[in-house]
Design a protein around this ligand. Structure first.
Ligand code: UDP
Length: 337
């Protein structure tokens, strides 16, 4: 049984929730994070934390050996779509080149099991909804390309060196720890639900709907929102799958149902009881009309099923976090991150 797990990028949004769930399940967790986007304050006291970069070969091999690491969950990445369009070279360095070094270091250190966080962005604009894992992967931005390149790297690491991997393609990660103790805190927030809640808190003047002329019932984009705790559970199920001998698998992680931007806003108004200002605006580049996952494969193979991904639970938990931490992790402590 796997016991010692290295979580790269464990101080980030999805990473920190996964770390918490791993600890609750009794795993020994070691985190490696360079804090470019992560927050050390999001880490549980029981975690052994290393400040550092996945590309630092000496440090990775040192961690793997001294902590007797048996498997890795790899979240460390830059993940802002519009940023990736402005700085593709940065994304190919941060995500692809660094992961290449990371994988080589892991192999040198004797680790042969990895769970990798990928994204629905690898599908680009899918032809069929719900999207199946075997759909054509044709990303439309450098972020999606970088994740797809890593998926392909992993497959060759499996074929050539026997590294076992499970790729999880997340749909729209959202929500927070149910008691509001951990949550989403990005310096440059671009995601719908946190932006709505910041608007409800009066930190922004209005919410913009990016496009009202999509091919959907109310004209706004439809997305498959999955609770961050369900994502965390998916990583643990994937670890167990690797332990049981899975070698090279790719899974969508979503719910199979979608909500429009207007529906999300309406639900947020009900939950917060705040009638924040909403403005209709033009489309944002690169947004497909509808993105909803087919999730049969992960349910069948890993027995994973979403438990907290009702839109209400997602928004309620995120609201809890935002109300308790209006300035994010920085607001809680004097010493910055
Ligand atoms: N969106 C919006 N207004 C905003 C932020 C997002 O209308 O201020 C829309 C966006 O166009 C997309 C959906 O909300 O259709 C979800 O966007 P988000 O950035 O949260 O996730 P993405 O689908 O890009 O991964």
């Amino acid at each position: 049984m796997i016991n010692n797990v290295l979580v790269a990028g464990g101080a980030g949004y999805i990473g920190s929730h996964t770390v918490k769930c791993l600890i609750e399940k009794g795993y020994k967790v070691v985190v490696l994070d360079n804090l470019i986007t992560g927050h050390v304050k999001s880490l549980d006291g029981e975690v052994k934390y290393y400040y550092g970069d996945i590309a630092d070969r000496g440090e990775v091999i040192n961690i793997v050996k001294s902590e007797k690491i048996e498997a890795v969950i790899h979240f460390a990445a830059s993940s802002i779509v519009h940023d990736s369009i402005q700085h593709p070279d940065y994304y190919f360095t941060e995500n692809v080149a660094k992961t290449n070094r990371f994988l080589a270091s892991l192999l040198m250190g004797g680790v042969d099991k990895i769970v990798f966080s990928s994204t629905a962005a690898v599908y680009g604009t899918p032809e069929f909804i719900p999207v199946e894992e075997k759909a054509v992967a044709k990303p439309v931005n450098p972020y999606g390309v970088s994740k797809l390149m890593i998926e392909q790297m992993l497959d060759w690491m499996q074929l050539s060196y026997g590294m076992r991997y499970i790729v999880l393609r997340y749909f729209n990660a959202a929500g927070a720890m149910l008691d509001g103790s951990l949550g989403e805190d990005h310096l440059d927030e671009t995601h719908l639900i946190p932006l709505i809640l910041k608007t409800a808190l009066g930190q922004r003047e209005a919410m913009k709907i990016f496009g009202t002329d999509y091919q959907t019932a109310d004209g706004t984009c439809i997305r498959d929102y999955v609770h961050v705790l369900d994502l965390a559970e998916a990583h643990i199920a994937a670890l167990e799958g690797l332990d049981q001998g899975f070698k090279r698998e790719v899974y969508n992680v979503g719910t199979g149902s979608g909500f429009s931007v207007r529906q999300v806003m309406e639900q947020a108004k009900r939950i917060t009881n705040i009638n924040f200002l909403v403005e209709e605006s033009s489309r944002r580049a690169g947004d497909p009309d509808v993105l909803v996952a087919k999730v049969d494969k992960i349910q069948r193979d890993l027995g994973w099923t979403p438990r907290n991904s009702q839109l209400e639970t997602i928004i309620q938990s995120a609201w809890e976090w935002h109300r308790k931490h209006p300035l994010g992790y920085r607001g809680d402590f004097d010493a910055g991150k």
